[in-house]
Design a protein around this ligand. Structure first.
Ligand code: CAA
Length: 696
């Protein structure tokens, strides 16, 4: 009978002679929730009080070591014991405590290891301090113990990037003492034996001094003031790492205060919403259940989109048959895919020695009949219904029974496409975002007749491609582009009424968007929007104020943005400079329309833009195009560069409140009652005081 004492449900102590093995068993990821913290503290105190163990080794059961603090506890009243206090108890233990880490040791998980007296990694281990991705900083000694062990530059790098450090680097940098193979319990037992034999040394991290590096601290602080002025926790990280020069208690106190201050910010709430939202979008019945195979995928169209989709599949290890109608198109597709794969190698996303094998999984062809054996076809050709009808009709007769037929259309009616086949249950929309091998969003569009296993396979594909699959219903533009089509008009109205394109961009970049809408237009190509406006000219609602006057005039000059060197901005000298000729066009358009320009404060620009986005997002939730507000939020975070720290448009909406949003819309409606209308859902929420979070 093994001598096992359960400290509580999640922590046990197993005795093997002089050795005590402390096991953490808190599935799925051994997060350090309150019972884990309490159990660990009690285990160490018990061993010290009893005094008959000569060494203790902590390890974890299951697929990974500790993934950090329990994120679900954040934002709620803190429960004792606090993690840093537990780790001090471990570090101060007179019985030496070692730690064996496998899988991922993140945040509080790594910090637990650092408070032990020696660390052993198991092959495949990755360690990291990802708290910055949650709007936080390492709050249980990470900023104090990493610099002592691995130096200030490494501490700054890890805690400011949140990146995962592999076992080899962790060993080189001194974060772990040894790398081993095997089952965590066996490795723990052997390592503990080595401590007793004197072949594994133990020491307290707090006894080490941080090697001085003021230059790294000062340069990083200056860089952050310039590049991340609007963020809270990065600046606190530098302060806390600097405090690692001080004795443990003083340094930890500074780290603790910085952690508590970060916890109080809306940035933390937004980023934690993003963490759980990313997982919630596929935690729905439609994403679960039986799936169909995904052993070979066909992609029709070798343009930017088709090539990006093919690249994404190849990088996920799925063989691809790429179909084009003409040899030059096929050659262009192959060239783009090769460039994308080479890019993945140079960015470190793919090992160089795998490049040729990955490219070897691509079968280019001009014969659509070669799609006979694929499990899923993704069509990515022109956005023209008659072209799509023709392709889906052909696919219906070529593809094997049970093959899934998907369209990457960004707005066309999936039901109309499905109706061209005798198997509408096998048809769905898979809407990728450009560049498709980089952008993580995948809208999974459910047709009226899409079979449940076809939909679930869409989610399985998203997972294989490491994308965030979001369920959407059929409508013009689905979730993202439909909302975009609505709010992008506001940017044009603001310019017509008096703001400059640069002021609009600067204000929205200040809000946190990586690029303002005019810079995005220049990057994507202004001709794209121009073509859409021309296509939709006949359907234009005469009561709606036209938003394309200035953009049309720019395009008529042949200025399509970056690719022509000229758009809203000039790109001759690298950094974009406002195009003075656009200012002249704007003046002329205003004069034609009899508009007297007025000034807008940056706040006003942000409020109008965000209120427009929220209005249409609310309608998308109300009519069921998106299942829940969180689905809209994730579409914007992963497909539209929405600032992650704001959580998404509807998470942000809750911070404003429905009553205030309704008041704003009513005020704007005095200027333009056609465009600004209160969505009924928002009116109801304003009345009953409910929030979008209530609908998640
Ligand atoms: N707290 C609570 N729940 C967590 C969690 C955490 N730290 N980490 C993961 N989970 C949950 C997930 O929400 C998910 O739950 P559901 O199954 O209900 O959706 C489940 O655990 C499995 O997670 P994943 O689906 O992400 O599993 P994976 O195998 O793809 O990835 C992982 C595993 C790499 C550990 C990933 O979950 C991850 O990155 N977790 C977050 C790590 C992190 O940010 N840690 C820092 C926490 S803050 C901190 O520690 C502060 C401090 O200094 C004191």
């Amino acid at each position: 009978m093994a001598d096992i004492h359960q400290v509580n449900d999640l922590i046990s102590i197993e005795r093997e002679g002089d050795i005590a093995l402390i096991c953490i068993d808190n599935p799925p990821v051994n997060a350090t929730g309150q019972p884990v913290r309490e159990g660990l503290q009690q285990a160490i105190e018990k061993l010290n009080a009893e005094g008959n163990a000569k060494v203790a080794a902590i390890y974890a059961a299951g697929r990974t070591f500790v993934a950090g603090a329990d994120i679900k506890e954040f934002g709620k009243p803190p429960k004792v014991p606090a993690l840093p206090d537990v780790f001090n108890v471990i570090e101060d233990s007179t019985v030496p405590v070692i730690c064996v880490m496998h899988g991922t040791a993140l945040g509080g998980g790594l910090e637990l290891g650092l408070s032990c007296h020696a660390r052993i990694g198991i092959e495949g281990l990755r360690v990291g301090l990802p708290e910055i991705n949650l709007g936080l900083l390492p709050g249980a000694g990470g900023t104090q113990r990493v610099p002592r062990l691995a130096g200030i530059p490494m501490a700054l790098d890890m805690s400011l990037s949140g990146r995962m450090v592999d076992a080899k680097e962790a060993l080189e940098k001194g974060l772990i003492d040894r790398l081993d193979q095997g089952d965590p319990r066996d490795v723990a037992l052997k390592a503990a034996q080595d401590v007793l034999d004197g072949t594994l040394q133990t020491r307290r991290t707090c006894d080490l001094e941080t090697p001085k590096d003021d230059t790294a601290l000062d340069e990083t602080a200056a860089m952050l003031r310039k590049k991340q002025a609007h963020m809270f926790s990065p600046h606190k990280i530098v302060e806390a790492v600097r405090a690692s020069y001080l004795p443990r208690a003083e340094g930890l106190a500074i780290e603790r205060q910085a952690f508590i201050d970060s916890m109080d910010t809306p940035q933390r709430a937004g980023m934690i919403h993003a963490f759980f939202g990313e997982r919630a979008v596929s935690n729905i019945p439609e994403a679960k259940g039986d799936t169909r195979p995904l052993d070979r995928i066909g992609v029709i169209g070798g343009g930017t989109m088709g090539s990006g989709i093919a690249t994404s599949c190849l990088l996920a290890g799925i063989p691809v048959t790429l179909v084009e109608v003409a040899q030059d198109g096929l050659d262009r597709g192959i060239a783009t895919i090769t460039k994308n794969i080479d890019g993945a190698v140079s960015r470190g996303k793919l090992a160089g020695d795998k490049r040729d094998a990955v490219l070897g999984m691509l079968t280019p062809t001009l014969a659509m009949e070669d799609l006979a054996d694929v499990d899923l076809v993704i069509e990515a050709v022109f956005e023209q219904m008659d072209v799509k009808r023709d392709i889906f009709g052909k696919l219906d007769s070529i593809c094997k029974p049970g093959a899934i037929l998907a369209s990457n259309t960004s707005y066309l009616d999936i039901n109309e496409i499905a109706a061209c086949t005798k198997r509408p249950a096998d048809v769905l929309g898979l809407h990728f975002f450009s560049p498709a091998h980089v952008m993580r969003l995948l809208e999974i569009v459910q047709g009226a007749e899409t079979a449940p296993d076809v939909l679930a396979t869409g989610f399985a594909l998203a997972k294989k491609l490491k994308k965030v699959g979001v369920l959407a219903q059929v409508c013009d533009g689905f979730i993202g582009n439909r909302i975009l089509a609505h709010y992008s008009k506001v940017a044009s109205y603001l310019v017509l009424d008096g703001a400059s394109p640069q002021q609009v961009d600067d204000a929205l970049e200040g809000f946190g968007f990586a690029m303002g809408p005019h810079k995005v237009g220049d990057l994507a190509g202004l001709d794209i929007g121009w073509m859409t406006r021309k296509r939709k000219a006949d359907d234009r609602d005469p009561a709606e104020r036209y938003a394309g006057d200035v953009a049309d005039r720019i395009c008529e000059n042949g200025w399509f943005g970056r690719k022509t060197g000229k758009g809203y901005y000039l790109y001759d000298s690298g950094a974009p400079v406002p195009n003075p000729e656009v200012a002249t066009i704007i003046d002329e358009v205003r004069a034609d329309k009899g508009i007297t320009p007025r000034t807008f404060a940056d706040e006003d620009i942000i409020d109008r833009y965000m209120t427009a986005m929220i209005s249409e997002a609310a309608r998308v939730v109300e009519d069921g195009t998106a299942k829940r507000p969180v689905d809209v939020d994730m579409v914007f975070l992963f497909g539209y560069g929405f600032p992650r720290f704001r959580g998404g448009p509807l998470h942000y909406a809750d911070s404003i409140g429905a009553a205030e949003l309704v008041a704003r819309i009513e005020a704007y409606a005095k200027e333009d009652p056609h465009y600004w209308q209160v969505p009924p859902i928002l009116a109801r929420m304003a009345k009953d005081g409910s929030t979008f979070a209530d609908l998640n």
